[in-house]
Design a protein around this ligand. Structure first.
Ligand code: FEO
Length: 395
């Protein structure tokens, strides 16, 4: 089954309602996803990307039900990651020698994953074009580090579609295909979660890339990413959002995250939450027990925050392993422009708060000195330190 996208372009990807995690188990999926592949049937027949390896059989059978595979004149590989290239080996076994248009880095990644099979690579770079007939062309734009070194996009003239690869995508399954027909709250949450967890580490490169695309003066009417819904109405809205998100984004929100052994550190977390509402009623506050919360969702909340408070009891001269892992993940996402404060209980040696402060600094947060370090369960004098900590976070 194909779905009509625009003109002679169809969606021939895989709608993955059952997917629960992505990148192994590193990215949680709560609303399904899709691996979008597109079939362009102009004078030339072009396949843009394929699907993940486990779906290769369904993908190829579906393609066969739509066209004679031998009609495919070229395959565009925008990115070598397995969710888009996984069906290539099986497809090329059916149509060996079909030209593959991709970046030089994609050749490396494809040969690295699937071996040197003598595939018919045509390396392209920004500015290169492929004539597809009927007066239309594909204009290639390298998207290096958005999010892999091999990433690429292309603009299809005539129909004015930007095939944007992972950028502007969402892990979101929608039968409706188009973003304007999707459930808006879910769509935008998934677009943001995708940006935070996949693209934010490379956010510094995004404004430059968006400027470069703007300078090409492409009359973009549609953005067709490799995951989730296609942006058909006001496609520039998602580009504007990316520009906004890429610039050390923050809202009036504070996120409190903690793990706890005997609920003492939890009590401080909730005292901080209450004090934030007292000092700044309009500030959104969210509290997460790290060990029991989805890390990708929590990071999406951290991304929206201007400050965070992180708590852990001291455990074995250190902090709890769940908090160590959480900060390590936060570090990899390269958040900017966010304050952080530390808190936690201890019974004996009490290194926890100092370890938290050090690790949060190393993770790129602006750590305030104010903290709450409570011997045994927090008492009056510990809770008395909460207003100063909150004041420093909100300043
Ligand atoms: Fe959707 Fe980077 O692969």
């Amino acid at each position: 089954m194909r779905k009509h996208v625009k003109g002679n372009v169809s969606w021939v990807g895989y709608l993955d309602w059952e997917l629960e995690t992505f990148h192994g188990d590193d990215y949680s999926i709560f609303h399904g996803s899709s691996q979008n592949a597109y079939l362009i049937e102009e004078e030339k027949t072009i396949l843009v990307d394929t699907v993940w390896t486990p779906h290769h059989y369904d993908f190829i059978q579906n393609l066969k039900s739509e066209i004679d595979l031998k009609k495919i004149d070229a395959i565009i590989v925008n990115h070598g990651e397995a969710d888009h290239s996984g069906a290539l080996p099986a497809l090329l076994a059916e149509i060996p020698g079909t030209p593959i248009y991709c970046t030089a880095m994609a050749v490396k990644s494809l040969e690295g994953q699937y071996g040197k099979q003598g595939w018919n690579f045509h390396v392209v770079k920004t500015g290169d074009e492929l004539d597809i007939g009927n007066g239309k062309k594909l204009q290639f734009v390298e998207m290096r580090m958005l999010h892999w070194p091999d990433s690429m996009a292309e603009f299809m003239t005539g129909d004015n579609i930007l095939f944007s690869m992972d950028a502007f995508g969402q892990h979101y399954a929608t039968s409706e295909l188009f973003a304007d027909l999707a459930e808006q709250d879910v769509l935008w949450h998934e677009a943001l979660k995708y940006f935070v967890n996949i693209l934010n580490p490379f956010a510094a490169l995004i404004p430059r890339k968006l400027d470069e695309i703007a300078k090409l003066n492409l009359p973009i009417e549609m953005i067709a990413p490799s995951h989730g819904a296609i942006w058909r109405e006001k496609p520039f809205k998602i580009i504007e959002k990316y520009a906004e998100w890429a610039k050390a984004y923050q809202e009036d929100q504070v996120t409190v995250v903690y793990d706890t052994m005997w609920n003492g550190t939890k009590a401080i977390a909730h005292a901080i939450e209450a004090e934030i509402k007292k000092q700044s009623p309009s500030t959104v506050v969210k509290v997460f027990h790290i060990a029991k919360s989805d890390k990708n969702e929590v990071m999406t909340e951290v991304f929206k925050s201007k400050a965070i408070a992180v708590g852990s009891p001291t455990a074995i001269n250190d902090i709890l392993a769940s908090v160590t892992a959480w900060i390590s993940f936060a570090k990899s996402l390269k958040f900017k422009n966010k304050k952080a404060a530390a808190f936690g209980c201890y019974g004996w040696s009490g290194e926890g708060v100092a370890v938290l402060q050090k690790e949060l600094k190393e993770a790129g947060f602006d750590v305030v000195d104010e903290n709450v370090k409570s011997l045994w369960n927090p008492g009056e004098e510990d809770f008395a330190k909460v207003p100063e900590l909150v004041k420093a976070l909100l300043a």
